[in-house]
Design a protein around this ligand. Structure first.
Ligand code: ZN
Length: 119
């Protein structure tokens, strides 16, 4: 499950940034995950819970993961049709060829996080 590796990287980055800001407990992490990003929200939540429980020296027991879904959108470069692609290769519903350019839905990034300084 590659979501575990993804989440590990994210939490590492968050942790490094938080340490730089003098925080010592992470309370909340918010992510933007596109509908056709290569990551499943359920798997990300499972990975988050597991990694949090393994790192309670840095994560609050109640730390939560909030996932914001970004809707997938594509525009056909041939006919200009705007539509919702089912996957990264965007098949235009009018031209019936993969002429769509995906303009949203592939995002995978940290939106924000919250932490505190317990001392
Ligand atoms: Zn088209």
């Amino acid at each position: 499950m590659h979501e575990m590796a993804l989440m590990g990287d994210i939490l590492q980055l968050v942790q490094e940034d938080a340490v730089g800001k003098g925080m010592d407990k992470i309370e909340k992490v918010e992510l933007i995950v596109g509908e056709i990003a290569n990551a499943m929200p359920d798997a990300l939540r499972m990975a988050f819970d597991l990694l949090r429980d393994q790192n309670l020296h840095f994560f609050s027991v109640h730390a939560e993961l909030v996932i914001h879904r970004e809707e997938a959108k594509a525009i056909c470069v041939l006919c200009g049709e705007k539509y919702k692609p089912e996957q990264k290769i965007a098949l235009c519903p009018i031209c019936h060829i993969p002429s769509g350019k995906v303009v949203a839905g592939e995002t995978f990034q940290v939106l924000s996080y919250e932490g505190s300084n317990g001392r």
